[in-house]
Design a protein around this ligand. Structure first.
Ligand SMILES: [Zn+2]
Length: 356
């Protein structure tokens, strides 16, 4: 009895094992089947794009390509390379006409008097690839003024003198010259005639003028007149406005054009040397000053008395003012003598030894 029980038990166990094995195989097969199915299901293929076919007619005239913001490709690549050579473009050459390229183009156009629109049309292109293309001017060095020990700032007084006054360097607003004297009463009448009563100038300059003209007399050059000296800003404004009005009335110019025309001959208020109280217009009554013996004597000798010929003929391109042999400016001999020796006008002298 005991044996039968054991046999049944063994048999049951065997059946269970067999069932388990069979089931296991089935499950394994199922898994495999799933795997096969997954592998054979085609993965979705993206639809093929429609590639536009552009037919180019080789005989059609090609319009000159205009490059502007948004342009790209070989032409832009060339443009950037050229602008980089000339120093206008500093970003990477990538063939993309972006804001950096545009501002480089505008820079270039401004430098060459072209319409600064940032668009490279025929005109800009012609200049850009010609020998007329100028490299970008390098900015003036911004050295701290302490780099040079003997600095002469553009505006020195008290009393290092050289006051640079021109179209770029205006007088400080409300500037008052030191110690103005009335020239008619101050100057000996036998030495110099003062054309307009009420003419004033700084004492230090008038003293030097008298010393100079006395010496001229001893050398036989005797007829001298002062036709202009100190001019206040409001008087200069008056002169300026008067000329503008004349251009508008007589030459039928617009206000803007009249102002531009006036700027060529009358200094803007604030930019006239005569505001300093240190400048004189020397004349000979009744004759044009240029070419007179007085003019020659002045050009040769004024330096020894602390004066300079402020607007010399050989410095027109620097001063931007047509030669004025009659206009002298007092700077003091410590400056006038080296300026004569080195043939420097005031702009050059200050650029060399001072700083703006
Ligand atoms: Zn003058």
């Amino acid at each position: 009895m005991k044996d039968i029980k054991r046999f049944i038990g063994m048999a049951a166990l065997a059946v269970l094992v067999i069932i388990a094995i069979v089931m296991g195989v089935r499950v394994a097969n199922l898994v495999d089947l799933t795997r096969v199915e997954m592998a054979t299901t085609p993965t979705p293929v993206p639809p093929t794009r429609n590639i536009m076919q552009v037919t180019i007619d080789p005989n059609a005239p090609t319009p000159p390509p205009v490059l502007r913001s948004g342009s790209q490709g070989e032409e832009v690549w060339q443009l950037q390379t050229r602008l980089q050579e000339l120093g206008y473009y500093t970003s990477s050459v990538d063939g993309q006409f972006g804001p950096g390229t545009r501002s480089a183009v505008i820079d270039f156009q401004r430098q060459h008097g072209l319409d600064a629109d940032g668009i490279v049309g025929e005109g800009t292109k012609a200049v850009l690839y010609s020998a007329a293309a100028q490299p970008k001017p390098t900015a003036p060095p911004t050295n701290p003024p302490t780099a040079v020990p003997e600095v002469i700032p553009a505006w020195v007084r008290s009393d290092g003198m050289p006051l640079l006054v021109n179209r770029e360097h205006f007088m400080p607003q409300g500037y008052q010259p030191q110690e103005l004297v009335d020239m008619s009463s101050y100057c000996p009448g036998n030495i110099v005639k003062i054309k307009y009563s009420g003419t004033q100038a700084e004492r230090v300059a008038v003293d030097a003028l008298i010393r100079m003209l006395k010496d001229a007399h001893t050398q036989g050059i005797t007829v001298w007149q002062v036709s202009a000296a100190y001019r206040g800003e409001s008087y200069q404004q008056q002169l300026f406005d008067q000329q503008v009005k004349e251009y508008m009335d007589k030459n039928d110019l617009s206000y803007a054009d009249a102002v531009s025309a006036t700027k060529l001959t009358v200094m803007e208020p604030g930019s006239s040397e005569h505001h300093t109280g240190l400048a004189f217009d020397i004349t000979v009554p009744g004759v044009a000053f240029k070419g007179t013996e007085q003019a020659e004597w002045l050009a040769d000798n004024c330096w020894d008395y602390g004066f300079i010929i402020r607007y010399a003929a050989d410095k027109e391109d620097v001063t931007g003012i047509l030669a004025e042999p009659w206009h002298i400016r007092y700077v003091g001999t410590e400056h006038s003598l080296p300026m004569r020796q080195q043939n420097l006008c005031l702009e050059e002298y200050i650029a060399k030894y001072g700083s703006y």
